[in-house]
Write a protein that binds this ligand. Structure first.
Ligand code: HEM
Length: 359
């Protein structure tokens, strides 16, 4: 009898080992990379990675155009290597680059960057900043603006941390961190290929232009290969949201909570009714959830809303309608806001970020 039990255990253990090795062999999440070079910057037109760290920097006093050019050369070279899992010179944690896990970095520049460097006349966007939405905004300076923003995204938080650290160290003579926001959606391999939920439990990101489509190109890319990035930190009140029934939540959103399917009997001020635009006329949303502990007893949780669009007008059109009467406004409060110009991508290692403006 004992022999039989031992035999069964042995078979189970071996079976387990086979299953385990199969799953670990099939996808090496750490080794996966996203190309850095291209007509457009990376980190935009690709399925969202699991994690993000969005970091804003302000230029140090006295940094001029020539210094900013040296700064951008270093950032370009280091990012090109680290996103591909290759080591960089002077890395004090060698080896940390080895699991890039779809690491990308997307760089944006605010009007203040151009202004400080005396090139305000070259700011490529009609508006200097996002207008205030008085009915909803409770903006805090520690979550807003910044001369430079970097969206570092990837499937591995450690790879993100390492690139963020390297960029921060490179930046020391030139710029200082103003704020950092970390976010997440589903982990790599979980719910793969499907829409993630936000912290209100809604399926978020259903209606978005498809990668590689004409609608995407029309929505996002400017003629100069660049785009505009909007970052809004939107705090959620999870306690009061939880008091709503599932039917109530569906009413507010305009989509069924469990499946995300559109409801015929929506109320006029349901979020999706107001946010609706014809495909190609709207924005591309690429947000992440944040859940950052408590500050003075208040839960710090919500959505790092990130959108890319070829003009600010596209965002403002939607946000103005939402700010007026969106049913969701009761549970959501924008506490941070920033507008950045995202220049075109680099096509070889001879090029560097913002070259056209800084040479
Ligand atoms: C915390 C704040 C927000 C939450 C929780 C939220 C949630 C949602 C959800 C659940 C959907 C439906 C599913 C989908 O199509 O993705 C949706 C759709 C949408 N949202 Fe939001 N959203 C928020 C803020 C915003 C903001 C600030 C904007 C832009 C100014 C925006 C623009 C849109 C658009 C364009 C759609 C697609 C509408 C359609 O054509 O069906 N959302 N949002």
């Amino acid at each position: 009898m004992l022999k039989k039990v031992l035999l069964v255990l042995l078979v189970l253990a071996l079976g387990g080992a086979v299953v385990f090795s199969r799953t670990t062999e099939s996808v090496d999440f750490g080794a996966r990379t996203e190309s850095f070079y291209g007509a457009h910057q990376n980190g935009i037109e690709l399925p969202s990675q699991a994690n993000v760290s969005v970091i804003a920097f302000d230029l140090n006093a006295g940094v001029d155009k020539a210094a900013a050019g040296r700064f951008m050369r270093v950032w370009s070279a280091d990012t090109a290597k680290l996103t591909q899992g290759q080591p960089v010179i002077g890395d004090i944690t060698p080896g940390a680059e080895q699991n890039p896990a779809r690491l990308t970095a997307t760089f944006g520049f605010g009007f203040s960057f151009y202004e400080k460097l005396g090139i305000a006349d070259q700011w490529p966007i009609a508006e200097k900043e996002i207008p205030e939405f008085k009915k909803i905004d409770k903006l805090q300076p520690q979550w807003s603006d910044g001369d430079i923003v970097v969206q570092i995204a990837g499937d591995d938080p450690l790879a993100i941390f390492h690139l963020a650290e390297m960029l921060r160290r490179d930046a020391k003579p030139f710029a200082t961190v103003k704020w950092q926001q970390r976010g997440f959606i589903n982990a790599a391999g979980v719910n793969a290929g499907k829409v993630s939920r936000n912290l209100l439990g809604q399926l978020d990101g259903i209606v978005n232009p498809k990668f590689g489509s004409d609608a995407f190109a029309k929505t996002v890319w400017r003629k100069d290969g660049g785009t505009l990035m909007v970052v809004r930190r939107i705090q959620m009140n999870l306690d009061t949201w939880d008091k709503l029934s599932s039917a109530g939540k569906t009413h507010v959103t305009g989509r069924k909570m469990s499946t995300g399917e559109k409801r015929a009997s929506q109320q006029a001020n349901a979020h999706v009714n107001l946010a609706f635009t014809q495909m190609g006329e709207g924005i591309f949303r690429r947000g992440y959830n944040y859940d950052d502990n408590y500050l003075n007893g208040v839960r710090q949780a919500g959505l790092i809303f990130i959108s890319y669009q070829e003009s600010l007008e596209r965002f403002v059109k939607i946000q103005s309608k939402l700010a007026e009467i969106d049913a969701l406004n009761i549970w959501t409060t924008p506490i941070g806001s920033g507008l950045y110009y995202v220049p075109k991508g680099l096509t070889s290692q001879d090029e560097w970020l913002m070259q056209d403006f800084l040479i």
